[in-house]
Each structure stands twice: as C-alpha cells, then as structure tokens.
Design a binder for this molecule. Sequence first.
Ligand SMILES: Cc1ncc(COP(=O)(O)O)c(C=O)c1O
Length: 419
Amino acid sequence: MDRKHWTEAGLDHVWLPYTQMKTARPPLPVARTDDCRIVLADGRELIDGIASWWTACHGYNHPHIRQAVERQLAEMPHVMFGGLVHEQALTLARRLAVLLPGDLDRVFFSESGSVAVEIAMKMALQYWINRGERGRSKFIAFKGGYHGDTTGAMAVTDPDGGMHDVFRGLLPEHVIVDLPADAASGDALELVLARHAEKIAGLIVEPLVQGAGGMRFHDAATLQRLRAMADRCGALLVFDEIFTGFGRTGTMFACEQAGVTPDIVTLSKALTGGTVPLAATVARKHVFEAFWSDDPAKALMHGPTYMGNALACAAANASLDLFEREPRLQQVKAIEAQMASELAACRGLLGVKDVRVRGAIGVVEMERIAELHALRARFVEEGVFIRPFGNVIYLTPSFTIAPDELTRLTRAIVKVIGS
Ligand SMILES: Cc1ncc(COP(=O)(O)O)c(C=O)c1O
C-alpha cells in the first residue's frame, strides 16, 4: 500500500498521544530510521533531536541490537513469565543488579515506564502492609515531577500546568511539595514529614532532572537531603530513573552523582536502546525481604502478560553490551560540552528565559511559547525533528550523534527563536 493510501486510510482510525485530534496538524509519516535520522515517507530526512522520547541512546537500527533481536525472534519471541523463566530475562536481571548501586538487586519486569512506577508504588504500599503498618498509604512527590499517564502515576505527577488537569480531585491524593532544594523548601518538607510521618509510604522523585514536567534540574545535595529525610521518617525513597537512567545525565544512573542508593528504582526508555518496550522496577534487599514469607498473602500480586518479554530482554542485553563496548559516557560528555557552547548563543535572544545543559540534555526555556505547533513545524522546515512542549525547547539526541549533526540541531534552535 502506498503512503497516501496508508496514511489517509489509517489516520481516521488511530487515536494519537497528547493530541486534540480535532485541531492537531497531521503527524509526519515516517518510512524508516537510520542512526540519528528519521526518513519521512515523502523522502525528506530529519536529524533527530529527541531520540524518540529519549529511548534511542545508540541511534536507531543499531546492528548489534538488531542482530540480538533477530536471533531471539527465531528462537523464542516470548514465553509467559509465570512458572517459566528464560536466559535473556535472568541475564538482564543479574546485569542490572551489578550495574545499579548498593543492594538494588531484585528486578521486577514490566512493559512501560508508567507501569514500572505503578509497581514501585504498589511495592512500597505492600512493603508497609507486610510489616503490619496499614496506615502508610501516601506518597510525597514533587512540583515539576512527571511519572506517567496511568492513574497511580498521574496521582504523583505535579497537577499544576501538567497534562492531567482535568482529573484534579478524582485521583488518590498524595502530597506534592517543592523539592528540598534550599533551606526554606527543606524546612517545609521536614514539617510535612514530621506531621504525617506515619502515613507516608514513600517519596518519589526523578533524580537530577525532572523531564516531562519542564526539564528542570536540581543538584545532588537535594537527593542527599531526600535520602536523609526518608531515613528519618522511615519512608521508602523511590527514584524514577526512567528518563535519567542509562547515561542521559552523564553517569549510567543519575543517583550515582549523588552517591545515594534509593530503596526502589524504576527504569525503562533507553533500557532497550529504543527498540522494544521494556521496563523494570528494582528493589533493594530490605524491600524484597518484606515480601519473603511462608504467607502467600505477602507475595507481590502483580504479573503483566508480557513481563520479561524475551525480545525486549535480548534488546536490553544487547544495549548493555554497547554501553560496555562503546564509549557512550564519553560521548555524553562531548555532547554536553558541545551543547553548552552552541546553545549559549540563545542567551539574550528575545523571549529566552534560561539555557541549561546537563549530560545529553540541552534546554532552552522560553518565557512562553505561543504557537507550539507552528514552532514544531518550523523545525521540520529546518530539517530537524525537535518537539518543544510547554515553554521548553530541548534536545535529547542519541549519544551517537555526530558533531556536525548536533550543530544542525543547535543552529536550528538559534535560527528559529532568533527569527
Ligand atoms: C520520569 C518518567 N517516568 C515515567 C514515565 C512514563 O513512561 P511511559 O511513557 O513508558 O509509560 C516517563 C515518560 O516520559 C518519564 O519521563
């Protein structure tokens, strides 16, 4: 079927993400991808600045991942994880346990970031139930935070200025406060914890960078403060590394930069190098031990149908091979330096509020973006795929992007907002 046919025939039947279907401009039909490029069905080629929502850290179609998935497809694409296990999943669990700090060594697989967050929350709630404390049902979460689109994850996402405004008042209520980035916000959080300590199951935060809530950065000391506070009130500390994990902030995991080991960590996105959906919720020993019992009621009653999918685990193992064999973290450092230098040209341009870079995340925050869709279209005219949201224009390229390709992305930003 030709492009005209499949787009026109199909678009009336698909429901697109984060889209007012009535007023949205039509999406761009893609024919294929190649390293850091997206080839459109009409032949145009775009340099990709987003890496498909931060997943394609090795570029698209990396031959090592493709071969691993092809091999696995021939052998066994999937087998249920209930009562059965397989080499790819167990190898991946072991490798993640080795890579993660401290005793984060028990891996529960699922298929998406939001579900990994739901599982982390469920784990934290049941951790307390299993220990005989049924009153710990609340989470502390942070302004600017985003943890996914399922109901539990939405409930710990900042409702202000977010996407889930319409659900206000309908979701389970948790406590959303400022990150303890300074003395005043630290004191405010201490007060909340002191007042409600016996109701708090856990604190959940995206370490170092709050992504979809506005690409906001905080420092390692904030995370150290959170660790100390969680310890004082006995709550579990959950790091959502779905965006920050696998090199994006300059270290394999963001928590390493703070020297903090959370009690539970969630992973997804770049886990498979952007090829097949997979997520993981990883618990420390003491969390797992709260479920270890002769009592069946103390088991974690969760088991997504496609849990531990063999194709996805094969892709993730291949992705970890690439982190071992290829200089990914050095590439992130080089991207960081190049973006810092090239995006600096945006400082002082009309309407620019802030320019910041951390790892392979470059952000130009505007006072406001009036015409988001027009802005996105302007970038396409410049031959790049950049997808601003809210008041933020950002780059999260694949780590394999060539310096001249990265320059095309940063130049496009400078040109478009300067014009
Ligand atoms: C920090 C964080 N947590 C959770 C999610 C949700 O992941 P998914 O879209 O795979 O459900 C995202 C997605 O952007 C995220 O950035």
